[in-house]
Design a binder for this molecule. Structure first.
Ligand SMILES: Cc1cc2nc3c(=O)[nH]c(=O)nc-3n(C[C@H](O)[C@H](O)[C@H](O)COP(=O)(O)OP(=O)(O)OC[C@H]3O[C@@H](n4cnc5c(N)ncnc54)[C@H](O)[C@@H]3O)c2cc1C
Length: 296
């Protein structure tokens, strides 16, 4: 369903992010788990893309598998770095042929040795290209960074870049993960000051291990890990179960507070696991998504 219609239907859009499994065993584990995700009734699910095209066929295969075999509504991520216009056209056409309605449009992280042979410099270029694609009228989402993007330390300039990207024709923004809701609310206010009123979803990633937290800090450069959260996690760092419970309960508190503040959407970075998301739903008092989606 086109994101505009999803936004009309759901007061709060719930989404789950998956990544394409690397091995057959991981593929089987994820596809077996799909029923559990379906029972949680998210509005959408999204599938990541390896910048430069490293997961191109796997992303496409997982998106099509979900569309054909489940009740879930999959949204592929596409990163444009290192791609030609012809390659992106082929990818878009394959999704149009598969009946996919929405695309999360990203630049991807620039490889350390720089970009070569890329027809696209920034995500905004991809948004414009998708808007002009003659084969389908996709809903288009983009990324936003409440705690800043490492490449643009000037936050006023970064907001100008986000505004320019949104003005290319964007239907929703999904935020980078964050652990401090105050920074998300402040960012929404700053977006409004910049004239950005696009529906914005909060990216939530429960910490389930100390090693996982360190990986997140690396991948989501600039994300703040509040002292109170770190203190809670390190207090029981020898106990893996306790760490997972603490990380999940922190994310659940974030979600309850986001709902209280009428957030337009919550996108869970699931890492292909369902337990943390199930626990968060249950702590919000529900076992499935339809009630959540229609209440604040
Ligand atoms: C929800 C979400 C999903 C993601 N999914 C994936 C994924 O599937 N695969 C993947 O590889 N990565 C993914 N990423 C990571 C993302 O690709 C990187 O963070 C990347 O560095 C930025 O992507 P972007 O789309 O925001 O790029 P852009 O919007 O192009 O921004 C990148 C940087 O360029 C700056 N900039 C923008 N326009 C200009 C301009 N005109 N002049 C100068 N500077 C400019 C911006 O301020 C920013 O610092 C995801 C991130 C998020 C938040």
């Amino acid at each position: 369903m086109h994101m505009r219609k999803i936004l009309e239907r759901d007061k709060t859009v719930f989404g789950f992010e998956f990544f394409p499994p690397r091995t057959d065993r991981e593929w089987d584990a994820l596809t077996d788990r799909m029923q559990t995700f379906e029972a949680l009734e998210p509005s959408i699910v999204s599938v990541t893309y390896g910048a430069g095209g490293s997961t191109r066929t796997k992303t496409h295969a997982l998106v099509c598998h979900i569309a054909e075999n489940t009740s879930l509504d999959p949204i592929p991520h596409i990163t444009c770095v290192g791609h030609s216009k012809e390659e992106i056209t082929t990818i878009l056409q394959s999704y149009a042929d598969a009946g996919i309605d929405n695309i999360l449009s990203l630049r991807g992280d620039t490889p350390k040795n720089g970009i070569e042979n890329s027809d696209f410099e920034h995500a905004a270029d991809l948004v414009s290209f998708i808007r002009e694609f003659p084969g389908a009228s996709f809903g288009i989402g983009v990324a936003g960074f409440p705690e800043g993007h490492p490449e643009t330390p000037n936050r006023l300039l970064q907001m100008e870049h986000l505004k320019a990207k949104v003005d290319c024709g964007v239907d929703w923004i999904c935020s980078q993960l964050f652990f401090d809701n105050a920074s998300f609310y402040d960012w929404i206010e700053r977006c409004e000051l910049a004239g950005i009123t696009t529906p914005t979803f909060a990216g939530i990633m429960p910490i389930t291990s100390i090693a996982g937290m360190r990986r997140m800090a690396e991948l989501a450069g600039g994300a703040n890990f509040p002292a109170k959260l770190q203190r809670r996690l390190y207090r029981f760092q020898e106990d893996a179960d306790a760490v997972a419970k603490i990380g999940t309960s922190w994310a659940a508190e974030q979600c309850a507070d986001l709902l209280d503040n009428q957030v337009r959407g919550i996108h869970f970075f699931t890492m292909n696991k369902s337990t943390a998301t199930e626990d968060i739903y249950s702590s919000l008092g529900v076992s499935s998504g339809s009630k959540l989606r229609n209440s604040h």
